[in-house]
Design a protein around this ligand. Structure first.
Ligand code: GDP
Length: 187
């Protein structure tokens, strides 16, 4: 059931579990201002030294992390060239800000666009409600976020990049989903 575009970016050797894992390409998507750069800087380990003029530094960074006792390498793509990256990711973090309903609607639009670019099922996607520290400015409830994720067939997590809360959990969740997909392809 894999389209040709999938086979270009996926290992085409399903059934050979011995093959070393290449880096997973994880793409950050979402409206402007939702926290993509903040996520990328936490990932890059540069949260304190970030300068807003240095955004392009975070466009692409690669890092090995350990998830459930097993190493995984992630190449993180923080993008404004949305359409290009929609075709190249293995997995997606679809961000919105819980303080910005428009960004929540934008996330839904992006999910629909993503489905068009990546029609294969099981492309791991996590809907991420960021800025959950801004309690008083909340415009999107937890249950709305969860319901949206259910409709769009993806996982859901609320995070605060500012508090460094749940950001790594989002990356771990993506790796776990990629492994589930890998293992089911090998089966
Ligand atoms: P991007 O446009 O998606 O890359 O968004 P940025 O990462 O540049 O974030 C936009 C603004 O929101 C910046 O001022 C960040 O410091 C702030 N921000 C990002 N994440 C959080 C968060 O979790 N909580 C709070 N309070 N502010 C955040």
């Amino acid at each position: 059931s894999w389209s040709s575009s999938d086979s270009v970016i996926s290992t085409d050797s399903a059934g050979e579990p011995a093959e070393p894992e290449r880096p997973y390409r994880v793409v950050l998507l979402g409206a402007s201002g939702v926290g993509k750069t903040a996520f990328a800087s936490i990932f890059a380990g540069a949260a304190d030294s970030m300068d807003s003029d240095d955004c392009e530094l975070y466009e692409l960074s690669e890092k090995e992390i350990e998830v459930d006792g097993e190493p995984a390498t992630i190449t993180l793509l923080d993008t404004w060239d949305t359409e290009r990256y929609m075709q190249t990711g293995d997995a997606y973090l679809l961000l919105y800000s819980i303080t910005d309903r428009a960004s929540f609607l934008r996330a839904s639009e992006l999910r629909i666009t993503l489905r068009r670019f990546r029609p294969a099922h099981h492309t791991p996607i996590i809907l991420v409600g960021n800025k959950c520290d801004l309690v008083r400015r909340r415009e999107v409830s937890v249950s709305e976020g969860r319901a949206c994720a259910a409709v769009f067939d993806c996982k859901f997590i609320e995070t605060s990049a500012a508090m460094q809360h749940n950001v790594w959990e989002a990356f771990y969740g993506i790796v776990r989903q990629l492994r589930l997909r890998r293992d089911s392809k090998e089966a």
